[in-house]
Design a protein around this ligand. Structure first.
Ligand code: HEC
Ligand code: HEC
Ligand code: HEC
Ligand code: HEC
Length: 345
Protein backbone atom coordinates (compact mmCIF):
# COMPACT_ATOMS: atom_id res chain seq x y z
CA UNK A 1 0.00 0.00 0.00
CA UNK A 2 1.28 3.47 -0.83
CA UNK A 3 -0.17 4.54 2.55
CA UNK A 4 2.93 2.92 4.08
CA UNK A 5 5.20 5.93 3.62
CA UNK A 6 8.34 4.20 4.92
CA UNK A 7 7.99 1.44 2.30
CA UNK A 8 7.45 3.99 -0.46
CA UNK A 9 10.56 5.91 0.61
CA UNK A 10 12.63 2.69 0.53
CA UNK A 11 11.23 0.85 -2.52
CA UNK A 12 9.44 3.58 -4.47
CA UNK A 13 5.73 3.84 -5.23
CA UNK A 14 4.47 0.49 -6.62
CA UNK A 15 1.60 2.19 -8.47
CA UNK A 16 2.00 2.51 -12.24
CA UNK A 17 -0.27 5.01 -14.06
CA UNK A 18 -3.06 3.08 -15.73
CA UNK A 19 -3.33 0.54 -12.89
CA UNK A 20 -6.38 0.58 -10.64
CA UNK A 21 -5.30 3.08 -7.96
CA UNK A 22 -7.86 1.64 -5.52
CA UNK A 23 -5.64 -1.45 -5.19
CA UNK A 24 -2.78 0.67 -3.86
CA UNK A 25 -4.18 3.54 -1.91
CA UNK A 26 -7.26 4.70 -0.02
CA UNK A 27 -8.13 8.33 -0.73
CA UNK A 28 -8.95 10.66 2.14
CA UNK A 29 -12.32 12.36 2.40
CA UNK A 30 -13.92 15.22 4.29
CA UNK A 31 -14.67 12.96 7.29
CA UNK A 32 -11.37 11.01 7.29
CA UNK A 33 -9.68 11.24 10.67
CA UNK A 34 -5.96 11.46 11.29
CA UNK A 35 -4.61 9.53 14.30
CA UNK A 36 -8.06 9.62 15.83
CA UNK A 37 -8.57 13.31 15.23
CA UNK A 38 -11.69 14.15 13.19
CA UNK A 39 -12.21 17.11 10.86
CA UNK A 40 -8.55 17.69 9.89
CA UNK A 41 -9.31 17.37 6.19
CA UNK A 42 -12.74 19.04 6.18
CA UNK A 43 -11.53 22.39 4.80
CA UNK A 44 -10.28 20.63 1.67
CA UNK A 45 -13.83 19.80 0.56
CA UNK A 46 -17.03 21.74 0.01
CA UNK A 47 -19.91 20.74 2.30
CA UNK A 48 -21.16 18.11 -0.16
CA UNK A 49 -17.75 16.34 -0.26
CA UNK A 50 -16.74 17.91 -3.58
CA UNK A 51 -12.97 18.54 -3.47
CA UNK A 52 -11.97 22.22 -3.42
CA UNK A 53 -8.16 21.98 -3.43
CA UNK A 54 -5.96 20.52 -6.16
CA UNK A 55 -4.42 17.09 -5.56
CA UNK A 56 -7.94 15.72 -4.90
CA UNK A 57 -8.83 15.17 -8.56
CA UNK A 58 -8.99 11.41 -8.00
CA UNK A 59 -11.71 11.86 -5.38
CA UNK A 60 -13.64 14.09 -7.78
CA UNK A 61 -13.44 11.50 -10.52
CA UNK A 62 -14.58 8.74 -8.15
CA UNK A 63 -17.71 10.82 -7.52
CA UNK A 64 -18.44 11.12 -11.27
CA UNK A 65 -20.84 8.84 -13.10
CA UNK A 66 -18.49 8.95 -16.09
CA UNK A 67 -15.96 6.98 -14.02
CA UNK A 68 -18.49 4.98 -11.98
CA UNK A 69 -20.40 3.74 -15.01
CA UNK A 70 -17.90 4.46 -17.78
CA UNK A 71 -14.19 3.94 -18.23
CA UNK A 72 -13.09 7.53 -17.66
CA UNK A 73 -9.62 7.79 -16.05
CA UNK A 74 -7.00 10.52 -15.72
CA UNK A 75 -5.20 9.45 -18.87
CA UNK A 76 -8.39 9.77 -20.91
CA UNK A 77 -7.76 13.53 -20.77
CA UNK A 78 -4.18 14.05 -19.53
CA UNK A 79 -0.94 12.96 -21.16
CA UNK A 80 2.52 13.51 -19.77
CA UNK A 81 4.19 13.67 -23.16
CA UNK A 82 1.61 14.45 -25.85
CA UNK A 83 -0.11 16.97 -23.56
CA UNK A 84 0.42 20.73 -23.67
CA UNK A 85 2.46 22.19 -20.81
CA UNK A 86 -0.58 23.96 -19.38
CA UNK A 87 -2.85 21.35 -17.86
CA UNK A 88 -1.18 18.52 -19.84
CA UNK A 89 -4.36 17.96 -21.81
CA UNK A 90 -4.09 15.45 -24.66
CA UNK A 91 -4.95 16.82 -28.11
CA UNK A 92 -8.01 14.53 -28.39
CA UNK A 93 -9.34 15.80 -25.05
CA UNK A 94 -9.06 19.55 -25.67
CA UNK A 95 -12.31 21.46 -25.53
CA UNK A 96 -15.52 19.47 -25.91
CA UNK A 97 -13.53 16.48 -27.22
CA UNK A 98 -12.90 15.44 -23.61
CA UNK A 99 -16.59 14.58 -23.38
CA UNK A 100 -17.91 13.89 -26.84
CA UNK A 101 -15.63 10.87 -27.28
CA UNK A 102 -18.23 9.11 -25.08
CA UNK A 103 -21.23 11.46 -25.16
CA UNK A 104 -21.17 11.39 -28.94
CA UNK A 105 -24.79 12.52 -29.32
CA UNK A 106 -23.83 15.99 -28.01
CA UNK A 107 -22.06 17.17 -31.14
CA UNK A 108 -23.08 19.60 -33.87
CA UNK A 109 -24.41 23.14 -33.33
CA UNK A 110 -28.11 22.25 -33.24
CA UNK A 111 -27.67 19.50 -30.68
CA UNK A 112 -25.29 21.62 -28.54
CA UNK A 113 -27.72 24.57 -28.62
CA UNK A 114 -30.59 22.33 -27.60
CA UNK A 115 -28.63 20.77 -24.77
CA UNK A 116 -26.89 23.88 -23.41
CA UNK A 117 -29.56 26.56 -24.13
CA UNK A 118 -26.60 28.82 -25.02
CA UNK A 119 -25.10 30.06 -28.27
CA UNK A 120 -23.40 26.82 -29.43
CA UNK A 121 -20.22 28.66 -30.52
CA UNK A 122 -19.90 30.74 -27.35
CA UNK A 123 -18.19 30.12 -23.99
CA UNK A 124 -21.53 29.30 -22.33
CA UNK A 125 -21.83 26.12 -24.41
CA UNK A 126 -18.51 24.47 -23.57
CA UNK A 127 -19.01 21.20 -21.71
CA UNK A 128 -16.43 21.81 -18.98
CA UNK A 129 -17.72 25.31 -18.17
CA UNK A 130 -20.99 23.83 -16.84
CA UNK A 131 -19.93 20.33 -15.81
CA UNK A 132 -16.38 20.98 -14.48
CA UNK A 133 -16.55 24.56 -13.15
CA UNK A 134 -13.43 26.19 -11.67
CA UNK A 135 -14.26 25.71 -7.98
CA UNK A 136 -10.90 24.23 -6.96
CA UNK A 137 -8.04 26.31 -5.57
CA UNK A 138 -4.37 25.38 -5.85
CA UNK A 139 -0.99 27.01 -6.43
CA UNK A 140 -2.30 30.55 -6.96
CA UNK A 141 -4.93 29.47 -9.47
CA UNK A 142 -8.51 28.22 -9.80
CA UNK A 143 -8.87 24.83 -11.48
CA UNK A 144 -11.78 22.83 -12.91
CA UNK A 145 -13.65 20.55 -10.55
CA UNK A 146 -13.05 16.90 -11.44
CA UNK A 147 -16.43 15.92 -10.03
CA UNK A 148 -18.27 15.86 -13.35
CA UNK A 149 -21.87 16.63 -12.47
CA UNK A 150 -25.04 18.36 -13.56
CA UNK A 151 -24.98 22.09 -12.75
CA UNK A 152 -27.58 23.01 -10.17
CA UNK A 153 -27.40 26.34 -8.31
CA UNK A 154 -30.01 25.29 -5.72
CA UNK A 155 -27.99 22.26 -4.72
CA UNK A 156 -24.79 24.34 -4.68
CA UNK A 157 -26.38 26.84 -2.29
CA UNK A 158 -27.41 24.03 0.07
CA UNK A 159 -23.79 22.84 0.05
CA UNK A 160 -22.49 26.42 0.51
CA UNK A 161 -20.34 26.20 -2.60
CA UNK A 162 -20.02 28.13 -5.85
CA UNK A 163 -22.07 27.03 -8.87
CA UNK A 164 -21.18 26.95 -12.53
CA UNK A 165 -23.85 29.47 -13.56
CA UNK A 166 -22.89 32.40 -11.32
CA UNK A 167 -19.17 31.79 -11.83
CA UNK A 168 -19.85 32.98 -15.38
CA UNK A 169 -22.83 35.23 -14.71
CA UNK A 170 -20.83 36.96 -11.97
CA UNK A 171 -23.00 40.09 -11.89
CA UNK A 172 -26.12 38.07 -11.11
CA UNK A 173 -27.54 36.87 -7.81
CA UNK A 174 -27.99 33.28 -6.72
CA UNK A 175 -31.77 33.71 -6.94
CA UNK A 176 -31.33 34.63 -10.60
CA UNK A 177 -29.35 31.45 -11.18
CA UNK A 178 -31.86 29.20 -9.42
CA UNK A 179 -34.70 30.71 -11.45
CA UNK A 180 -32.81 30.65 -14.76
CA UNK A 181 -31.83 27.02 -14.23
CA UNK A 182 -35.45 26.05 -13.54
CA UNK A 183 -36.71 28.08 -16.51
CA UNK A 184 -34.16 26.81 -19.05
CA UNK A 185 -34.39 23.15 -18.01
CA UNK A 186 -37.96 22.79 -16.70
CA UNK A 187 -37.96 19.03 -17.06
CA UNK A 188 -34.48 18.20 -15.86
CA UNK A 189 -34.08 14.48 -16.13
CA UNK A 190 -31.89 14.17 -13.08
CA UNK A 191 -33.96 14.13 -9.90
CA UNK A 192 -30.92 13.67 -7.66
CA UNK A 193 -29.33 16.83 -8.99
CA UNK A 194 -32.22 19.11 -8.17
CA UNK A 195 -32.82 17.92 -4.62
CA UNK A 196 -30.66 19.32 -1.84
CA UNK A 197 -28.27 16.96 -0.08
CA UNK A 198 -29.40 15.67 3.31
CA UNK A 199 -29.21 18.17 6.15
CA UNK A 200 -26.54 16.21 8.00
CA UNK A 201 -23.68 17.35 5.79
CA UNK A 202 -24.95 20.88 5.28
CA UNK A 203 -24.50 23.81 7.66
CA UNK A 204 -27.96 24.60 8.94
CA UNK A 205 -27.27 28.29 9.51
CA UNK A 206 -26.74 29.11 5.84
CA UNK A 207 -29.12 27.02 3.77
CA UNK A 208 -31.26 29.94 2.55
CA UNK A 209 -31.80 29.11 -1.15
CA UNK A 210 -31.35 32.76 -2.06
CA UNK A 211 -28.24 33.39 0.00
CA UNK A 212 -26.46 36.06 -1.99
CA UNK A 213 -23.37 35.91 0.14
CA UNK A 214 -22.62 32.85 -1.95
CA UNK A 215 -22.85 34.71 -5.27
CA UNK A 216 -19.34 35.54 -6.51
CA UNK A 217 -20.04 39.30 -6.44
CA UNK A 218 -20.54 39.03 -2.64
CA UNK A 219 -18.43 35.94 -1.97
CA UNK A 220 -15.29 37.85 -2.97
CA UNK A 221 -15.76 39.59 0.41
CA UNK A 222 -17.88 37.18 2.44
CA UNK A 223 -16.58 33.72 1.55
CA UNK A 224 -13.92 31.76 3.32
CA UNK A 225 -10.45 32.11 1.70
CA UNK A 226 -10.93 29.31 -0.85
CA UNK A 227 -14.34 30.64 -1.87
CA UNK A 228 -12.89 34.16 -2.16
CA UNK A 229 -10.01 32.90 -4.30
CA UNK A 230 -12.35 31.04 -6.66
CA UNK A 231 -14.79 33.97 -6.86
CA UNK A 232 -12.18 36.65 -7.67
CA UNK A 233 -10.70 34.37 -10.33
CA UNK A 234 -14.16 34.10 -11.90
CA UNK A 235 -14.50 37.91 -12.00
CA UNK A 236 -11.55 38.01 -14.39
CA UNK A 237 -12.61 35.09 -16.59
CA UNK A 238 -16.36 35.62 -16.92
CA UNK A 239 -17.50 37.07 -20.23
CA UNK A 240 -18.97 40.60 -20.14
CA UNK A 241 -22.37 41.30 -21.78
CA UNK A 242 -22.22 41.78 -25.56
CA UNK A 243 -24.06 45.14 -25.52
CA UNK A 244 -21.26 47.80 -25.26
CA UNK A 245 -22.79 50.04 -22.58
CA UNK A 246 -23.69 47.03 -20.42
CA UNK A 247 -20.19 45.65 -20.96
CA UNK A 248 -18.60 48.90 -19.78
CA UNK A 249 -20.86 48.99 -16.74
CA UNK A 250 -19.99 45.38 -15.87
CA UNK A 251 -16.24 46.00 -16.28
CA UNK A 252 -16.46 49.13 -14.15
CA UNK A 253 -18.34 47.40 -11.32
CA UNK A 254 -16.16 44.30 -11.33
CA UNK A 255 -12.97 46.41 -11.39
CA UNK A 256 -14.16 48.45 -8.41
CA UNK A 257 -14.91 45.30 -6.42
CA UNK A 258 -11.55 43.74 -7.33
CA UNK A 259 -9.69 46.88 -6.21
CA UNK A 260 -11.47 46.64 -2.87
CA UNK A 261 -10.30 43.04 -2.56
CA UNK A 262 -6.71 44.06 -3.41
CA UNK A 263 -6.92 46.77 -0.77
CA UNK A 264 -8.49 44.85 2.07
CA UNK A 265 -8.33 41.08 1.80
CA UNK A 266 -6.34 39.45 4.59
CA UNK A 267 -4.81 36.79 2.32
CA UNK A 268 -1.98 37.66 -0.10
CA UNK A 269 -3.06 34.81 -2.41
CA UNK A 270 -6.54 36.31 -2.76
CA UNK A 271 -5.11 39.80 -3.34
CA UNK A 272 -2.82 38.37 -6.01
CA UNK A 273 -5.68 36.60 -7.80
CA UNK A 274 -7.74 39.80 -7.65
CA UNK A 275 -4.91 41.76 -9.33
CA UNK A 276 -4.62 39.10 -12.02
CA UNK A 277 -8.40 39.09 -12.56
CA UNK A 278 -8.38 42.88 -12.85
CA UNK A 279 -5.59 42.75 -15.42
CA UNK A 280 -7.54 40.18 -17.46
CA UNK A 281 -10.75 42.18 -17.23
CA UNK A 282 -9.28 45.40 -18.66
CA UNK A 283 -6.50 43.92 -20.84
CA UNK A 284 -8.00 44.94 -24.18
CA UNK A 285 -9.58 48.25 -23.14
CA UNK A 286 -6.82 49.73 -20.97
CA UNK A 287 -3.64 47.76 -21.66
CA UNK A 288 -1.30 50.08 -19.77
CA UNK A 289 -3.39 50.04 -16.59
CA UNK A 290 -3.71 46.26 -17.01
CA UNK A 291 0.07 46.03 -17.05
CA UNK A 292 0.20 48.03 -13.82
CA UNK A 293 -2.34 45.66 -12.26
CA UNK A 294 -0.23 42.66 -13.33
CA UNK A 295 2.76 44.22 -11.57
CA UNK A 296 0.83 44.66 -8.31
CA UNK A 297 2.79 43.02 -5.51
CA UNK A 298 0.22 41.37 -3.23
CA UNK A 299 2.90 40.69 -0.61
CA UNK A 300 4.18 44.28 -0.42
CA UNK A 301 3.77 46.27 2.79
CA UNK A 302 0.37 47.84 3.32
CA UNK A 303 1.78 51.33 2.68
CA UNK A 304 3.21 50.25 -0.68
CA UNK A 305 0.00 48.52 -1.64
CA UNK A 306 -2.04 51.61 -0.79
CA UNK A 307 0.21 53.69 -3.04
CA UNK A 308 -0.04 51.23 -5.93
CA UNK A 309 -3.81 51.02 -5.55
CA UNK A 310 -4.24 54.81 -5.53
CA UNK A 311 -2.47 54.91 -8.87
CA UNK A 312 -4.62 52.11 -10.27
CA UNK A 313 -7.78 53.86 -9.09
CA UNK A 314 -6.68 57.04 -10.84
CA UNK A 315 -5.96 55.11 -14.05
CA UNK A 316 -9.42 53.55 -13.93
CA UNK A 317 -11.25 56.65 -12.61
CA UNK A 318 -12.59 54.54 -9.75
CA UNK A 319 -12.74 56.18 -6.34
CA UNK A 320 -12.50 53.95 -3.27
CA UNK A 321 -15.75 52.37 -2.13
CA UNK A 322 -17.68 54.75 0.06
CA UNK A 323 -21.14 55.22 1.63
CA UNK A 324 -23.53 52.25 1.44
CA UNK A 325 -21.08 50.21 -0.66
CA UNK A 326 -18.33 50.49 1.98
CA UNK A 327 -20.82 49.59 4.71
CA UNK A 328 -21.93 46.52 2.75
CA UNK A 329 -18.32 45.37 2.34
CA UNK A 330 -17.70 45.79 6.08
CA UNK A 331 -20.66 43.53 6.86
CA UNK A 332 -19.55 40.90 4.36
CA UNK A 333 -15.95 40.97 5.64
CA UNK A 334 -17.12 40.44 9.21
CA UNK A 335 -18.55 37.14 8.01
CA UNK A 336 -15.31 36.20 6.25
CA UNK A 337 -13.22 36.96 9.35
CA UNK A 338 -14.76 33.94 11.05
CA UNK A 339 -13.56 31.56 8.40
CA UNK A 340 -9.77 31.82 8.38
CA UNK A 341 -8.01 28.65 7.22
CA UNK A 342 -4.66 27.71 5.67
CA UNK A 343 -5.10 27.59 1.92
CA UNK A 344 -2.94 25.64 -0.47
CA UNK A 345 -1.72 23.28 2.24
C1 HEC B 1 -12.61 14.75 -18.61
C2 HEC B 1 -11.25 15.20 -18.71
C3 HEC B 1 -10.36 15.08 -17.50
C4 HEC B 1 -10.11 13.98 -16.72
C5 HEC B 1 -10.68 12.59 -16.88
C6 HEC B 1 -9.13 14.37 -15.75
N1 HEC B 1 -8.83 15.70 -15.92
FE1 HEC B 1 -7.51 16.77 -14.81
N2 HEC B 1 -7.97 18.46 -15.88
C7 HEC B 1 -8.84 18.51 -16.94
C8 HEC B 1 -8.91 19.87 -17.42
C9 HEC B 1 -9.77 20.35 -18.58
C10 HEC B 1 -8.03 20.63 -16.61
C11 HEC B 1 -7.73 22.13 -16.72
C12 HEC B 1 -6.49 22.39 -17.52
C13 HEC B 1 -6.24 23.88 -17.67
O1 HEC B 1 -6.36 24.62 -16.69
O2 HEC B 1 -5.92 24.29 -18.77
C14 HEC B 1 -7.47 19.71 -15.64
C15 HEC B 1 -6.58 20.08 -14.65
C16 HEC B 1 -5.99 19.21 -13.75
C17 HEC B 1 -5.06 19.59 -12.73
C18 HEC B 1 -4.60 21.02 -12.45
C19 HEC B 1 -3.33 21.30 -13.17
C20 HEC B 1 -3.39 22.47 -14.08
O3 HEC B 1 -2.32 22.82 -14.62
O4 HEC B 1 -4.46 23.03 -14.31
C21 HEC B 1 -4.68 18.46 -12.07
C22 HEC B 1 -3.69 18.36 -10.93
C23 HEC B 1 -5.40 17.36 -12.67
N3 HEC B 1 -6.19 17.84 -13.69
C24 HEC B 1 -5.27 16.02 -12.30
C25 HEC B 1 -6.09 15.00 -12.75
C26 HEC B 1 -6.09 13.65 -12.21
C27 HEC B 1 -5.17 13.17 -11.10
C28 HEC B 1 -7.05 12.96 -12.87
C29 HEC B 1 -7.52 11.55 -12.61
C30 HEC B 1 -7.92 11.25 -11.25
C31 HEC B 1 -7.62 13.87 -13.86
N4 HEC B 1 -7.02 15.09 -13.75
C32 HEC B 1 -8.62 13.52 -14.76
C33 HEC B 1 -9.53 17.45 -17.48
C34 HEC B 1 -9.54 16.17 -16.97
C1 HEC C 1 -15.11 7.31 -20.93
C2 HEC C 1 -16.42 7.78 -21.33
C3 HEC C 1 -16.88 9.10 -20.79
C4 HEC C 1 -16.28 10.33 -20.93
C5 HEC C 1 -14.99 10.66 -21.65
C6 HEC C 1 -17.14 11.30 -20.31
N1 HEC C 1 -18.25 10.67 -19.79
FE1 HEC C 1 -19.83 11.55 -18.88
N2 HEC C 1 -20.67 9.74 -18.50
C7 HEC C 1 -20.18 8.54 -18.97
C8 HEC C 1 -21.07 7.48 -18.52
C9 HEC C 1 -20.94 6.00 -18.84
C10 HEC C 1 -22.11 8.10 -17.76
C11 HEC C 1 -23.28 7.43 -17.07
C12 HEC C 1 -24.43 7.33 -17.99
C13 HEC C 1 -25.61 6.67 -17.32
O1 HEC C 1 -25.75 6.79 -16.11
O2 HEC C 1 -26.37 6.05 -18.04
C14 HEC C 1 -21.81 9.52 -17.78
C15 HEC C 1 -22.61 10.48 -17.16
C16 HEC C 1 -22.44 11.85 -17.31
C17 HEC C 1 -23.31 12.86 -16.74
C18 HEC C 1 -24.52 12.63 -15.88
C19 HEC C 1 -24.06 12.80 -14.45
C20 HEC C 1 -25.11 12.63 -13.42
O3 HEC C 1 -24.76 12.82 -12.26
O4 HEC C 1 -26.26 12.29 -13.75
C21 HEC C 1 -22.81 14.07 -17.11
C22 HEC C 1 -23.34 15.44 -16.75
C23 HEC C 1 -21.62 13.82 -17.91
N3 HEC C 1 -21.43 12.46 -18.00
C24 HEC C 1 -20.87 14.80 -18.48
C25 HEC C 1 -19.61 14.59 -19.05
C26 HEC C 1 -18.71 15.65 -19.42
C27 HEC C 1 -19.02 17.12 -19.32
C28 HEC C 1 -17.57 15.05 -19.90
C29 HEC C 1 -16.30 15.74 -20.33
C30 HEC C 1 -15.69 16.64 -19.38
C31 HEC C 1 -17.78 13.61 -19.83
N4 HEC C 1 -19.02 13.38 -19.29
C32 HEC C 1 -16.87 12.66 -20.26
C33 HEC C 1 -19.04 8.35 -19.71
C34 HEC C 1 -18.12 9.34 -20.05
C1 HEC D 1 -18.78 29.79 -19.41
C2 HEC D 1 -19.75 30.83 -19.13
C3 HEC D 1 -21.19 30.49 -18.87
C4 HEC D 1 -21.74 29.52 -18.05
C5 HEC D 1 -21.01 28.46 -17.25
C6 HEC D 1 -23.16 29.72 -18.08
N1 HEC D 1 -23.48 30.76 -18.91
FE1 HEC D 1 -25.33 31.48 -19.27
N2 HEC D 1 -24.58 32.77 -20.67
C7 HEC D 1 -23.24 32.91 -20.97
C8 HEC D 1 -23.10 33.79 -22.10
C9 HEC D 1 -21.79 34.21 -22.77
C10 HEC D 1 -24.41 34.20 -22.47
C11 HEC D 1 -24.81 35.11 -23.66
C12 HEC D 1 -25.65 34.37 -24.69
C13 HEC D 1 -25.08 33.03 -25.12
O1 HEC D 1 -23.86 32.87 -25.27
O2 HEC D 1 -25.90 32.10 -25.29
C14 HEC D 1 -25.32 33.54 -21.54
C15 HEC D 1 -26.69 33.69 -21.51
C16 HEC D 1 -27.53 33.16 -20.54
C17 HEC D 1 -28.93 33.49 -20.39
C18 HEC D 1 -29.73 34.46 -21.27
C19 HEC D 1 -29.26 35.86 -21.14
C20 HEC D 1 -29.39 36.44 -19.77
O3 HEC D 1 -28.35 36.88 -19.22
O4 HEC D 1 -30.50 36.49 -19.25
C21 HEC D 1 -29.40 32.79 -19.31
C22 HEC D 1 -30.80 32.85 -18.73
C23 HEC D 1 -28.29 31.98 -18.83
N3 HEC D 1 -27.19 32.24 -19.60
C24 HEC D 1 -28.39 31.10 -17.77
C25 HEC D 1 -27.36 30.24 -17.38
C26 HEC D 1 -27.51 29.21 -16.38
C27 HEC D 1 -28.77 28.90 -15.61
C28 HEC D 1 -26.30 28.59 -16.28
C29 HEC D 1 -25.91 27.41 -15.41
C30 HEC D 1 -26.63 26.17 -15.64
C31 HEC D 1 -25.40 29.26 -17.20
N4 HEC D 1 -26.08 30.25 -17.85
C32 HEC D 1 -24.07 28.94 -17.36
C33 HEC D 1 -22.20 32.31 -20.31
C34 HEC D 1 -22.31 31.26 -19.41
C1 HEC E 1 -25.01 25.77 -19.87
C2 HEC E 1 -24.72 24.59 -19.13
C3 HEC E 1 -24.37 23.29 -19.82
C4 HEC E 1 -23.42 23.07 -20.78
C5 HEC E 1 -22.49 24.08 -21.42
C6 HEC E 1 -23.42 21.65 -21.05
N1 HEC E 1 -24.36 21.03 -20.28
FE1 HEC E 1 -24.65 19.04 -20.09
N2 HEC E 1 -26.21 19.38 -18.82
C7 HEC E 1 -26.60 20.61 -18.36
C8 HEC E 1 -27.79 20.47 -17.56
C9 HEC E 1 -28.56 21.59 -16.87
C10 HEC E 1 -28.09 19.10 -17.54
C11 HEC E 1 -29.27 18.43 -16.84
C12 HEC E 1 -30.55 18.75 -17.55
C13 HEC E 1 -30.98 17.70 -18.44
O1 HEC E 1 -30.92 16.54 -18.06
O2 HEC E 1 -31.43 18.03 -19.57
C14 HEC E 1 -27.05 18.45 -18.32
C15 HEC E 1 -26.96 17.07 -18.49
C16 HEC E 1 -25.92 16.42 -19.16
C17 HEC E 1 -25.76 14.98 -19.26
C18 HEC E 1 -26.65 13.92 -18.63
C19 HEC E 1 -27.95 13.84 -19.34
C20 HEC E 1 -27.80 13.56 -20.81
O3 HEC E 1 -28.24 14.43 -21.61
O4 HEC E 1 -27.21 12.53 -21.21
C21 HEC E 1 -24.64 14.77 -20.02
C22 HEC E 1 -24.05 13.43 -20.41
C23 HEC E 1 -24.12 16.07 -20.40
N3 HEC E 1 -24.91 17.04 -19.85
C24 HEC E 1 -23.01 16.24 -21.20
C25 HEC E 1 -22.63 17.47 -21.73
C26 HEC E 1 -21.64 17.63 -22.78
C27 HEC E 1 -20.89 16.51 -23.45
C28 HEC E 1 -21.53 18.99 -23.02
C29 HEC E 1 -20.69 19.69 -24.08
C30 HEC E 1 -21.04 19.38 -25.46
C31 HEC E 1 -22.45 19.66 -22.11
N4 HEC E 1 -23.11 18.70 -21.39
C32 HEC E 1 -22.61 21.03 -21.98
C33 HEC E 1 -25.99 21.81 -18.61
C34 HEC E 1 -24.96 22.01 -19.52
Amino acid sequence: MTDDLAAVMTHGDPFVPGDDLALYSAPLWRDTSLRGQAGVFAARFWDDDTPRLTAYEYQGLLQSRCAQRGALTCIGCHGMHEGNPRGQIRPVARGDGACTSCHAHLTGPAEIARHTRHNPAGPGARCVSCHMPRIVYGVLDAHPSHRIEIPDPARAIAARRPDACTLCHVDESRAWAVNARARLWPASTDAAATSAPSGASVGASRSDPFDDHLAPRDAIFAGDPVFRAVAVDAMGRAPVPSEPAAADRARHERAGALLDVMAGDRYPAVRHLAARALAGLIATRQPSVAQQASAFDATASEADRVRALAELRRGLSLPAASGPEAARITVLRAEAAQADIDIGE
